[in-house]
Design a protein around this ligand. Structure first.
Ligand code: FES
Length: 157
């Protein structure tokens, strides 16, 4: 899991304290947490519930209702393999499977070391390079599954 620092928790506590007792405190605390951590995991929701002195179910309800909140920690690198039509017909599914197999992690999940999150995406707007994969802001085109391990290894230094 990605490391969350004491400073991040201290910042969250400050946000919680500043909102305690106010209208919309749960929503705004979750927004603050999402900004600080990039997600609102169960631990973070619990901290908000305790800090605001509201039931965890209420925090969970808000966190799961709005798609802006990511309930799982994300990896340092987000891998997006394009499943748009142009990429799909050129074999992006096999590329995605190779990513998943190489990292021993299912699509949609984060590697246990917190380094990568694997996603399938819609058209990335680079169809001329199909099949395309992005790792954060880096674009890789004309991929074949055998190129995948070398690309991933270059992020694992
Ligand atoms: S379909 Fe993959 S980049 Fe457009």
């Amino acid at each position: 899991m990605p490391a969350f620092t004491q400073e991040m928790y201290a910042e969250l506590d400050k946000v919680i304290m500043s909102l305690k007792g106010q209208e919309g405190a749960v929503m705004r605390s979750l927004q603050g947490a999402q900004d600080i951590f990039g997600c609102v995991t169960k631990d973070i929701q619990t901290r908000i519930a305790e800090g605001l002195n509201v039931p965890l179910a209420e925090v969970y309800g808000v966190a799961t209702f709005y798609s802006q909140f990511s309930l799982e920690a994300r990896g340092q690198y987000i891998i997006g393999v394009c499943m748009g039509t142009a990429c799909y017909v050129k074999g992006s599914k096999a590329v995605l499977e190779k990513v998943s197999e190489t990292l021993a992690t299912p699509v949609g999940k984060t590697t246990s070391d917190g380094l990568f999150t694997i996603r399938d995406t819609r058209c990335l707007g680079a169809c001329g390079l199909a099949p395309v994969m992005m790792i954060n802001d880096d674009v890789y085109g004309r991929l074949t599954p055998d190129k995948v391990p070398g690309i991933l290894a270059s992020y694992q230094k």
